[in-house]
Design a binder for this molecule. Sequence first.
Ligand code: TXA
Ligand code: MG
Length: 332
Amino acid sequence: MKRTKDISILASHLRAGGLVAFPTETVYGLGADARDDNAVAAIYAAKGRPQFNPLIVHVDRFETAQKYGVFSETATRLANHFWPGPLTLVLPRVENCPISLLASAGLDSLAIRVPAHPLAQELLMQYGGPLVAPSANPSGQISPTKASHVVAGLGDKVDYVLDGGDCAVGVESTIVSCLGDVPVILRHGGLVRGDIEQVLGFEIFDGADAPSAPSAPGQLTSHYAPSATMRLNATSLQDGEALLGFGDIGPLQPKISLNLSPKGDLQQAAANLFAMMTRLDEMLDEGDVKKIAVSPIPNHGLGEAINDRLNRAAAPRSRREGSDQKSSGQDK
Ligand code: TXA
Ligand code: MG
């Protein structure tokens, strides 16, 4: 990984679908174009996340954020007061939202923030597009607050880090969900609760400390799951099944099918996963086939996250609702 202060190099690397680490006022982020499924899949691969934990979209200003998320009155008030700054808002995705579904981990919501760090601002401006940026550390490790931490953690998995010295805040952004009637704190972070309450004029519900509270995304909004039933590890086709394939599907001749990665590449499969589940469901809506068989996916590398998500999507509805990611709102 190269340390650099040359933002134009980073912007062109991002344009080519690459990953760059950059400083924000909270912690260093690992950035990629938020509209590019492949680039987002590369982030999960670099971090080695066992699950597709949804990512935060970073934009240059409030007006840009409005292109991607639906702002309630409360969300607008919080954005006006605290952006740019260490506050992330979870909002409904706008209709036909161009942000990668993989970035939302298949949820119909979106986490978004405007970082205050001048170099992050400069990068977003020069790049001219939305960046997803989880903390720039391998999954399960501590979030980096210096460029040297990023180099030590991610090494040759990432080409560039924009060196901005130490992060002033040093802990991640505070995450507030604005999906329901009342705002809920999903993760405590750099913006303290009292400051938020002062602006709102009322106490804010704390979903981060209450395990039974609606902090998991699946309880706040529905995880994307196809309306068709799904059968995993399918090596043959039953009557009336569509196929979500992976790799060479051999002699199978499905009437309706999509292939996550004909060449059997897990990163490509991850990039396609949510978009193809959505597309297959739409294709099935038009016909009478209501079952999807899914090819076996090797359970290593990104395959673990893909299989985790497929298992959730294939679970009976009651189990599915009770078994959504409980981890949201926590650093991963
Ligand atoms: O300060 C920060 O927020 C840093 C810097 C780089 O901006 N980023 C960061 O990202 O901490 P990350 O990926 O480490 O944490 C993202 C958190 C996760 O806990 C995730 O579950 C939550 O945001 N999140 C993202 N989208 C969500 C959604 N739609 N609903 C609920 N939680 C969401
Ligand atoms: Mg993190």
